[in-house]
Design a protein around this ligand. Structure first.
Ligand code: BEZ
Length: 210
């Protein structure tokens, strides 16, 4: 199954390092990041899950819950978590799904058999409080992801939802944003009292609204 942006994220039940969950219920009114890694006790994954733990307060600030997944079993995850804490210096506060039967992995298209028939590739799904898929990313097994980028995209999407703005290339929180073309100049005057700089009629930059 190919999940596309705007699709409803499939619901599921799964065992995790923090007990059994129902996915939609677990997300509740928060945003969710569901990310897969290929295998416990492997080097790239160890660095990734440690860094994700370090980012915990950043995700919490944005009302985002984080959920990992691999095809290993809960006991494996629990043993490996100790190694992550020891080597990466960060304690995991988010749960990791144990998916030995690949139920969630198949539901979310995390198995890419031509890349690896047995283990999941590195996927990220960002899901909003309405349970819609808002971002999908897929990386090969040998490349660790840039999780700062996930935060950056969440910042952008949350601004879009609140203020009818888009964000330009390589934008970072605090920098100028773009007034979306569907907002007329007349409406923009009300929405963006601080004004804007129009490089073209369709390219209007305004300070990031708070
Ligand atoms: C790793 O996490 O280092 C890894 C896992 C599976 C394949 C390649 C690398």
């Amino acid at each position: 199954m190919t999940l596309r942006l705007g699709d409803t994220a499939p619901d599921f039940e799964a065992d995790t390092t923090q007990g059994h969950i129902r996915f939609h219920e677990w997300i509740g009114d928060s945003w969710g990041v569901l990310f897969s890694h290929p295998k416990d006790f492997t080097p790239v994954c160890t660095t990734e899950l440690g860094y994700m733990a370090k980012l915990g307060p950043e995700f919490a600030k944005r009302n985002v819950k984080v959920l990992g997944l691999s095809v290993d079993k809960v006991d494996n995850h629990k043993g490996w978590v100790k190694d992550i804490e020891e080597t990466q210096g960060s304690r995991l506060s988010y749960p990791i799904i144990a998916d030995p039967e690949r139920k969630v992995a198949n539901l979310y298209g995390m198995m890419h058999p031509a890349h690896d028939e047995v283990y999941t590739v590195r996927t990220v799904f960002v899901i909003d409080p309405k349970k819609k898929v808002r971002l999908t990313i897929t990386y090969p097994q040998t490349t660790g992801r840039n999780f700062d980028e996930i935060l950056r995209v969440i910042d952008s999407m949350q601004l879009t939802d609140k203020f009818s703005v888009a964000t330009p290339v390589n934008w970072k929180a605090g920098e100028d944003v773009i007034i979306v073309p569907s907002v007329s100049d007349e409406d923009a005057k009300k929405k963006f009292p601080q004004g804007w700089k129009a490089l073209k009629p369709y390219l209007r930059l305004t300070p990031q609204p708070k």
